[in-house]
Design a protein around this ligand. Sequence first.
Ligand code: SF4
Length: 477
Amino acid sequence: MRKLALCDEILLKIEKPARYIGNEVNSVMKNRQDVVVRFAMCFPDVYEIGMSHLGIQILYDMFNRFEDTWCERVYSPWPDLDSVMRERRIPLFALESQDPIKDFDFLGITIQYEMCYTNILQILDLSQIPLRAVERTWEHPIVIGGGPCSYNPEPIADFFDMFYIGEGETQYRALLDLYKTCREDGVSRVEFLAEAAKLPGMYVPQFYAVRYHEDGTIQTFEPTRPDIPKTVVKEIVRDVSDTYYPEKPVVPFIKCTQDRVVLEIQRGCIRGCRFCQAGQLYRPVRERSVEMLKQYALKMLDNTGHEEISLSSLSSSDYSQLEELVSFLIDKCREKKVNISLPSLRIDAFSLEVMEKVQDVRKSSLTFAPEAGSQRLRNVINKGLTEEVILKGAALAFEGGWNRVKLYFMLGLPTETEEDIRGIAELSNRIAETFYDTVPKEKRTGKVQIVASTSFFIPKPFTPFQWAAQCTKEQFL
Ligand code: SF4
């Protein structure tokens, strides 16, 4: 019988115990004695957020297709459980087996945003794994980082044995084989890491000397051993149709941020907004075949019982087979009474037509992301979106019956002036005027609602704006 790591007394006093008990539909159980490698896959945030992340579902499926490997999940405990675990010295455990993470072979941490850096330390600390890589021995798992923040690993390099730079589908098999051979041959941990550093996409910080300029930028970056590559090149999956994708995603017991089937239709984005890290990191654009997507959509809906399917990509309108895929899904989903959601669409006549069909006349709000208030600044950030296109899109939407528009802007962009900030209000007003110019009085179902929200620009590595200044605290205030 499966024994839970937390006793009933603890489970009954913490919030949402379902975050920690595992055993969800489609979670994978294996026999400990049948596997050679135990891999703990961690999203360093609360369960509801981590469970909504597609990348983890893809890698979880991939690892568990390997007969010799058991991949399990772990998320950040909420502060209520965190304090109980510290008080009673309960080590952090994986959801499936409920075994302590410290006994695993690998702890893979996906690092999606900088705000979770402190959660990574919490995960290591609760797992009773030494925080710094140099203090670890074969008694501890290999801690490997992945995800977008691993492209700029230096700020957190001390805490990781290695980083996997790029898409996980390509090199993990080779890494696990290397690990198995090294363990069988009694190779030291350091020598295993040195061999791992020779695999494409792997960065092992302890084999590089990094010197900094006074302003904190990197002056030199050199391997400390002759057999270690000088540069690390990101890994990408060339054929995204013939690769791993989960047919049976794990279905949580509790409501998560994304409670639906997610169909990733393509990777990469053809646009080149200068602030956008995803647009740069996930290049080149690679479409999944429409046949593959149709098959997976049906299988995933059958295997999960979800009532909604969402097409995911950085810019769905640019997927060349969108019309065929959406028509297929509309037919199938109508039969199954499943909703379709289509984020990241550009607002043009075709997209509105598609949205009309899939939204079943429920006119929720439309979203535009002009990012900057003036055309000058939109040109600076290369956001190929003119005021004319925005107003035309809004007019089409208003004619189609929508009367709520959400607008996303960024403040603090390079070269921004007072005029650009005022431009946000002016553009919002012009969109409102477009409503009254487009929709005759007798056809209006209420007032137009324009919601303009702003966030602050943060310069991101590998973007043309990586060296641009970020606003200071005083400027933000
Ligand atoms: S902001 Fe959107 S459209 Fe622009 S590059 Fe990034 S993903 Fe593509």
